[in-house]
Design a protein around this ligand. Structure first.
Ligand code: PHE
Length: 423
C-alpha cells in the first residue's frame, strides 16, 4: 500500500517500512497530562517550575511530540548503531519521523531560540518497552538547561558562573559526591578550561540538588501525614552522585536519592557538548542540561503504586488531586488480578525482540495488562529448539474483570502471537 498514511494530532504522515506506531499509542499524544493543573504530572511540573523560576528558567510546555530523527538523535550525536534508534525501542511514524523518545529532542531548538539563559521543557515522550508497574509506553520528562555566553562575559566568564553558583539556595539534603576527576571515559571538553568545567558541573549539581530537595521534602511530609513511620523519613534526605554516559554531554552524571530502603536513579545530566551548541548556532556558549522522569518522581511524591493510574480517566483517581497540592493517593479498591501463561517455540533464525512481543500484548490488552514477565525458558536437548513461557498479569485499575473476558483477551493474544511470529 504505497500511499498509506497515519494521522497524529490531526496531521497526516506517509508511512513506510519503518512505521510501527499503533493508533492506540498515537492517540495518547492528545492527552497532555503535564498541562493539567489537577493531575499529579501537572502538579509536579509546576512544583519544579516554581522552584526554578526565580533562578531565571523559562518554561516551554507545548512542543509537539512528532520530531525528526535528526532532532531526536543526530543533533545530539547519537552514533548510527545506538540501540535507541532501533525500531524495537522507538515508535517510528516513518523513516525520518518519530515520536520523541526524550525531551532532549528539543535542546537544539531551545539553545537557538530561548532568550533567558535557562529553560525547562516538559513534554510527553514515547518508548517501546516492557510492561510492568513502572513502565508505560508514554511518559513525561522535564528537560532543564542553563548556558553562559563567552561573547557576553568575556574574561569574566568564570567569575560570573561562580557568582551564579553562590546564589543557588542550599538544598537541605545530604549529598555524597565523589567528584571523580574527569577521566577518559567521561572527559572534560577541550573547548572548556578545567575551572569552567568544574564550575559548570557544580552549578548543575547544586541546581538538581535544590530541585530534588524541594520535591523529596514534600514527598516526605506527605508520607508522614499519610501515617508512614519509616525511620528514614525522620532523618535528612540523602543523595549521591554517580557517573553516567550520554552522547551529547561530557562529563555526565546521575543523581540517586535514598528512598524507602533503596537508591533511586532520579535524573541524568551533564555538561553540554560543544558540538551540540555550535550545531545550534551558539558555539560561543557553554552550559549544562538535565532530564528528569516525571512519572517516576510523581509515583513517589503522590504514593501512586502503578504507572497506569496516571492515564486513568476514572473520577476516583482524578478527583483526589488539587492544583499546587501534594497529597497521598488513597487506593479506592484493589481489583483482583489474574494471570495466564503463554508458551511457544522460538524461531531460532529470527529471534523475537521482547519489546515486539510486549507490543502485541499491549495492542490487545491495553491498560488491562499489569505486567508481562518471562517465567521459563527451555532448550530441547535433542532438537536444540528453544521455548519460552511468559506470564501475563491481567488486572484493571477501575473494575473487576470476569474470567470470560480474560479468556477472550488471552485467546486473542495467543492467536496474534502465532500469526505475527510464526515458526
Ligand atoms: N534525555 C536523557 C534521558 O532520557 C536525560 C538527559 C537529559 C541526560 C539531558 C543528559 C542531559 O535519559
Amino acid at each position: 500500500s504505497g500511499n498509506a498514511t497515519i494521522t497524529v494530532l490531526g496531521k497526516e504522515y506517509p508511512t513506510d517500512d519503518f512505521t510501527n506506531l499503533p493508533n492506540s499509542i498515537a492517540n495518547l499524544t492528545s492527552r497532555k497530562l503535564h498541562l493539567q493543573p489537577s493531575h499529579p504530572i501537572g502538579i509536579l511540573r509546576s512544583l519544579i517550575e516554581s522552584r526554578l523560576k526565580d533562578l531565571g528558567f523559562t518554561s516551554y510546555n507545548d512542543f509537539k511530540p512528532v520530531v525528526s530523527t535528526y532532532e531526536n538523535f543526530d543533533a545530539l550525536g547519537f552514533p548510527e548503531d545506538h540501540p535507541g534508534r532501533s525500531k524495537t525501542d522507538t515508535y517510528y511514524i516513518n523513516e525520518k519521523t518519530l515520536l520523541r523518545t526524550h525531551t532532549s529532542a528539543h535542546e537544539s531548538e531551545c539553545f537557538q531560540t530561548c532568550e533567558t539563559p535557562g529553560y525547562l521543557i516538559s513534554a510527553d515522550v514515547y518508548r517501546r518497552d516492557t510492561i510492568d508497574r513502572t513502565h508505560y509506553p508514554a511518559f513525561h520528562q522535564m528537560e532543564g538547561a542553563r548556558v553562559w555566553s563567552r561573547t557576553e562575559h568575556g574574561d569574566n566568564l568564570a567569575k560570573v558562573i561562580q557568582e551564579d553558583l553562590e546564589s543557588i539556595p542550599d538544598s537541605g539534603i545530604i549529598v555524597s559526591d565523589p567528584d571523580p576527576p574527569f577521566h577518559e571515559g567521561n572527559p572534560r571538553q577541550p573547548t572548556m578550561s578545567e575551572l569552567e568545567t568544574e564550575l559548570i558541573g557544580k552549578h548543575l549539581k547544586k541546581t538538581i540538588e535544590l530541585l530534588m530537595g524541594h520535591v523529596f521534602h514534600q514527598a516526605r511530609e506527605a508520607a508522614i501525614k499519610a501515617g508512614s513511620t519509616d525511620p528514614d523519613l525522620f532523618s535528612p534526605i540523602k543523595a549521591r552522585w554517580i557517573e553516567a554516559y550520554f552522547p551529547w554531554t561530557s562529563p555526565s552524571w546521575e543523581i540517586e536519592i535514598w528512598w524507602k530502603g533503596e537508591w533511586l536513579e532520579m535524573c541524568g545530566c551533564g555538561v553540554v557538548k560543544h558540538e551540540v551548541l555550535s550545531g545550534a548556532g551558539v558555539g560561543d556558549k557553554i552550559g549544562w542540561a538535565f532530564g528528569i522522569g516525571l512519572e517516576r518522581t510523581a509515583m513517589i511524591l503522590f504514593g501512586v503504586p502503578d504507572i497506569r493510574l496516571f492515564w486513568s480517566e476514572d473520577e476516583r483517581f482524578l478527583s483526589q488531586f488539587k492544583p499546587n497540592t501534594v497529597s497521598t493517593f488513597k487506593p479506592y479498591s484493589k481489583y483482583p488480578g489474574t494471570f495466564r501463561d503463554v508458551a511457544f517455540w522460538c524461531d531460532m533464525a529470527k529471534e523475537v525482540h521482547i519489546n515486539d512481543l510486549m507490543e502485541v500484548v499491549r495492542s490487545i490488552g491495553g491498560d488491562l495488562v499489569e505486567n508481562v514477565s518471562l517465567i521459563d525458558e527451555f532448550v530441547h536437548p535433542k532438537t536444540k529448539q528453544k521455548s519460552q513461557c511468559y506470564r501475563i498479569n491481567y488486572q484493571s485499575m477501575d473494575r473487576s474483570l470476569t474470567n470470560a473476558e480474560i479468556n477472550d483477551l488471552q485467546d486473542a493474544v495467543v492467536s496474534s502471537l502465532s500469526t505475527q511470529f510464526p515458526i
